[in-house]
Design a protein around this ligand. Structure first.
Ligand code: AVJ
Ligand code: FE
Length: 440
């Protein structure tokens, strides 16, 4: 990185650090101290844990590792280690109270700005292209989305406000046929891509069809009305067992409202809108719906080909619309709105093949278990991705309305247990196509 390149990169990092911290402050200043210390669900941390954990990771990687500086606080590493402290136990830990947590993250941040000043970005892999800073920015944004999910679980009056998402601009639905052939999955070149997105590799897929939009509330309501939750044949054995044990009968945060349904969004009830993507469903519900619809969930590779493959050039792009960073015309990201936009609201974000709203709105469950791409190498630590590889977690793709643009790309991979639905999770369907269908 040359001198002007380094200066440009420092400026970009500083701007992203500030933008990200503003979101963290918004999420944590929205509630009082007692609320920050409280656990709103055994699935989630008290918000004040997320806050200090964000600061502690920033201290470990940027202050101590990149900067080689003395610890700000060496006594709290264990408290904020996600592996040593299961979420359900976090409220009973001797956590830093809100004022101390805020002072801690401020101190860490001022040291980071101090070490960033004049930093030359050596070839050391952690530092080259500002990777460690990008990793820490994404980490804070990921916890901001987790804190947003905690806000969604909070009882009590609404404290978050945002304008509603844009109305549909085009009518869109049905399926898109993706032609057979190889494409490049993953990346070697996106400088802030995380270890699990690497390396780039070719994947050859038979032709398939994929829904042009995420599955909507209206379509999902038809599944409910058809008795989908009472019909074991739509569910896998594991899914049916979970459906019974957990007593599932509709997406999380829904309740019956006269003849229809209402849902609770950040403390406010409103009627379920048929043309919005369904959100707060677990993998098993998504899988059961797809089977009922005569389809299946896409594999992760099918999702990524639909999102990145450009048939005109044969190249995989960073996003469905091309290589440019997301703008408000492309996708519903970054908590700009507090729920998914109706299908057809983002024609500017469609892929060349005409697949809409792959990025933003809702995380999309895929049928794929979370594993490393061929040639995977853990970097910079096994605990980011590698320890989660295996059959326990399914991959989700594309990001939600609560995902920041810095933590969302055509290659970005999220994962969770198949029973989880407090996250902003939805899905779209896919299916095999008969060769006759391809030669239309
Ligand atoms: C990638 C969203 C599954 O929140 O557990 C946060 C991200 N890793 N801190 C998570 C993460 C470490 C991770 N997910
Ligand atoms: Fe974390």
């Amino acid at each position: 990185t040359g001198r002007t390149g380094a200066e440009e990169l420092r400026g970009r990092i500083a701007a992203e650090l500030e933008r990200t911290r503003a979101r963290t402050v918004l999420l944590t200043d929205a509630v009082d101290d007692a609320d920050l210390m409280r656990q709103h669900s055994p699935l989630m941390s008290p918000l004040v844990w997320d806050l200090a954990h964000v600061g502690n990771q920033e201290e470990l990687w940027l202050v101590r590792d990149v900067g080689g500086r003395e610890p700000v606080r060496h006594d709290i590493d264990d408290l904020y280690d996600a592996f040593k402290q299961p979420r359900r136990d976090r409220p009973s830990l001797p956590l830093l109270p809100p004022a101390e947590a805020r002072a801690y993250v401020d101190t860490v941040r001022s040291k980071v700005f101090d070490l960033l000043d004049g930093l030359a970005f050596s070839d050391r892999p952690l530092v080259a292209d500002g990777f460690a800073f990008g990793m820490i920015i994404q980490h804070e944004q990921q916890h901001d989305e987790t804190m947003l999910a905690t806000h969604q679980l909070r009882a009590g009056r609404a404290v978050l406000h945002a304008p509603p998402p844009p109305e549909p601009a085009v009518r869109v639905g049905g399926e898109v046929l993706v032609p057979a052939g190889p494409f490049t999955m993953g990346t070697d070149t996106d400088p802030w891509a995380l270890d699990n997105e690497r390396p780039a590799h070719r994947v050859d897929l038979p032709a398939y069809a994929i829904d042009a939009t995420p599955v909507t509330n209206g379509a999902y309501r038809a599944f409910i009305a058809d008795g989908g939750y009472d019909e074991p044949r739509w569910w896998t054995a594991e899914g049916w067992r979970h459906r019974r044990e957990a007593g599932l009968s509709a997406p999380m945060h829904w309740r019956r409202d006269g003849d229809g349904w209402a849902y609770r969004r950040f403390g406010r009830w409103s009627p379920v809108r048929d043309d919005e993507p369904v959100v707060h469903v677990c993998f098993h519900e998504a899988q059961a719906y797809a089977t009922w619809a005569g389809k299946r969930l896409p594999t992760e590779a099918e999702w990524e080909k639909a999102a990145r493959f450009d048939p005109a050039t044969g190249r995989s792009r960073r996003y469905p619309w091309g290589d440019d960073d997301p703008t408000t015309a492309h996708a519903n990201l970054g908590q700009r709105h507090l729920w998914p936009a109706s299908v057809g609201a983002y024609p500017g974000g469609a892929s060349p093949l005409g697949v809409h709203q792959l990025i933003g709105d809702v995380w999309e469950w895929t049928s794929t278990a979370f594993r490393g791409h061929p040639g995977f190498r853990a970097f910079p630590y096994r605990e980011y991705s590698e320890v989660f590889f295996g059959d326990d977690h399914r991959v989700l793709r594309g990001g939600s309305f609560g995902t920041d643009r810095s933590a969302c790309r055509g290659t970005f991979r999220n994962w969770d247990y198949p029973v989880r639905r407090q996250i902003f999770s939805g899905f779209r369907c896919a299916r095999d196509v008969h060769p006759d269908e391809v030669t239309r």
